[in-house]
Design a binder for this molecule. Structure first.
Ligand SMILES: [Zn+2]
Length: 594
């Protein structure tokens, strides 16, 4: 395993790998980008081909190609290893290291894949799927789409799928763990398929793994006791809060457009996708979770919510909007003008209308105001008050103060009130809000900032400047290093005749290696010219000398105080002369500085 990791690292260039996810720009000896892990406008995310590492000087995230893939895709090391091996074209020797939990998960993915293929076959090729296929065709889904999304049909007789899977070598206990199958309460020893007699939408995650299923009942089975949709329960591999339906197919387009359209339910995702509007993903229910928001943050800055028109009244959704706003998303809302009940219907009736509405999508704040006005009217004071009651909680969530001020103004205009009175209402609301909050939350004390060690800081800065030199050796020798980690790095550098960052990095202990890598990247980031850097280096040497002199003065004055107590005049005179000497040196240094 260890060897294979090294082999993968050798085969892959970190710049190429990261560039697949985040477009990199060359700058000097390395590559930069706006950090994918925090929000920023100027790039502080650096990738070094020499050291084969990345580092963000904004948020501090750093590491090698494995760390990047783990962090970026939010997966664990084992999964990153698999992905990178694939990229490198290396076949992993399956070690027995796969933990129990992991091998179970792997089996569950396999069972789900087999089940999906089975259902898909029944739908497209088997007479048992005929009625379902007619229904799907009526919903305008092409065969290509059916295959892309692996849509299928689960036959009413559960034994068909269960026997199929058992024959493949899976055990009944494993089938039950996928969440798709249950043990019959009526017939001892019998199991059943939860999704039986339903149209099947495999839930495929963004890494192309089938994590669960969603089953829709066919319209002909109108039995009021049966839910229209049923979903897999939470299992070891299915977590509803992390799932975006369609993201595996939509992510490229979302990234290209820097925009994700969020819909509710599978068909509302599939229809636009099939019609060429590919940057769509679906959620279950009307709220976006923090996990989902983080997942899609890598692909887009703007979200268009195309959800149930009532979504804004939903508490979980208010929380989602607040989260999304904090993550600096631009949030817009698709308004189908009550002409169509959902995206699926709109696409199938009038795709141009849908496209136009996507272009015209208004910001969430405008949308909330507009719907408030629509619902309550502005003709009566009561209506205005109700509008404010809906709008103000959202307003309080807006992070950006400029947007908030603009919006207050807009609210006043739209409901035909004075800006002052709206602001007054808003302040009242905030007051109530704050009272509630402060009773709950105890204010944290500001942590005291530890005074940084001056010497350490100067040495660090000096080392950075030195690392910018073709060979830092000579410069490093000019300092009497006191900080142990810098001293050790300096010693390592001095051992090499020629300076080669990757060689030095390789030979350092892991802890020192990280420090060295960071300092080296900082050195390459240094923007000052070589003359300027030279001046700064000599300035630091002087500052350090100054510190040393001050230090000695301090200890000498201690000695003098002791001697005075003992009354040794001769000795006192000697030490005082020494003191005066140092004082003169210090004065000269300080004069030179100014
Ligand atoms: Zn960052």
């Amino acid at each position: 395993m260890e060897n294979q990791i090294e082999e993968i690292k050798k085969k892959l260039d970190i710049v190429e790998v990261i560039n697949k996810f985040v477009p990199l720009k060359k700058r000097g000896r390395h590559f930069v980008a706006c950090c994918p892990f925090h929000q920023e406008k100027t790039p502080s995310f650096v990738v070094s081909p020499e050291l084969q590492i990345y580092k963000c000087f904004g948020c501090g995230k750093a590491g090698d190609v494995f760390n990047f893939v783990e962090e970026y895709n939010r997966i664990d090391f084992k999964d990153a290893l698999e992905d990178l091996a694939k990229m490198a074209g290396i076949k992993l020797v399956r070690s027995s290291k796969l933990s129990g939990e992991e091998s179970i998960k792997k089996r569950l993915f396999e069972i789900n894949r087999e089940s999906a293929k089975f259902y898909n076959y029944i739908l497209l090729k088997h007479k048992l799927g005929k009625e379902a296929l007619e229904y799907v065709k009526k919903r305008n889904l092409s065969e290509e789409t059916i295959n892309k999304f692996l849509i299928g049909f689960a036959p009413r007789d559960s034994r068909l799928i269960i026997n199929f899977l058992l024959k493949k070598g899976y055990k009944i206990e494993e089938l039950i763990k996928t969440g798709s199958f249950g043990k019959s309460q009526y017939k001892e020893g019998q199991s059943y398929d939860r999704f039986s007699d339903r149209l099947i939408f495999p839930q495929i995650d963004f890494r192309d793994r089938i994590v669960g299923f969603s089953g829709r009942i066919l319209p002909s089975r109108n039995n009021p006791n049966l839910a229209k949709y049923i979903n897999s329960p939470e299992t070891a591999i299915y977590h509803k809060s992390q799932m975006f339906y369609g993201l595996n197919l939509a992510k490229e387009s979302i990234k290209k457009n820097n925009l994700a359209i969020i819909v509710e339910g599978e068909l509302d995702m599939i229809s636009p996708f099939q019609a060429g509007i590919e940057n769509v993903v679906a959620i279950k229910g009307t709220a976006l979770t923090e996990d989902q928001l983080q997942l899609i943050r890598r692909y887009a800055d703007t979200l268009i919510l195309a959800l149930d028109s009532d979504f804004a009244g939903n508490k979980a959704m208010i929380r989602s909007i607040e989260l999304a706003d904090k993550m600096d998303y631009e949030i817009k809302v698709l308004d189908l003008e009550e002409k169509y009940k959902d995206p699926d219907e709109a696409i199938n009736s009038d795709i141009d209308f849908f496209k136009k509405k996507i272009k015209e999508a208004e910001t969430i704040w405008d949308f909330i105001l507009t719907s408030g006005i629509k619902n309550y009217g502005i003709d009566s004071p009561r209506g205005k008050k109700l509008i404010l009651t809906t709008v103000l909680p959202f307003l309080a969530k807006i992070n950006n103060l400029v947007i908030r001020a603009d919006y207050l103004k807009k609210v006043a205009e739209k409901i035909d009130s004075s800006e002052e009175s709206v602001v007054e209402e808003f302040k009242k609301y905030l007051k109530i809000l704050n009272n509630v909050d402060s009773s709950k939350i105890e204010k944290k004390k500001m942590e005291e900032i530890e005074p940084a060690d001056m010497r350490e800081r100067l040495e660090e800065r000096f080392l950075i400047l030195a690392l910018r030199l073709k060979n830092p050796k000579t410069a490093i020798k000019l300092l009497e290093w006191q900080t142990l980690r810098f001293k050790k790095i300096g010693e390592k550098i001095s051992k090499f005749k020629k300076f080669k960052a990757e060689k030095i990095s390789d030979e350092l202990d892991p802890e020192l290696k990280d420090i060295f890598n960071t300092l080296y990247l900082k050195a390459l980031e240094e923007e000052s010219g070589s003359e300027e850097r030279k001046k700064e280096r000599s300035k630091i040497i002087n500052q350090i000398k100054e510190l040393e002199l001050k230090d000695r003065l301090k200890s000498l004055s201690g000695i003098i105080a002791n001697l005075e107590a003992s009354g040794d005049e001769k000795e006192i005179a000697k030490v005082e002369a020494n003191y005066a000497q140092i004082l003169t040196k210090l004065a000269i240094l300080q004069r030179a500085r100014s």
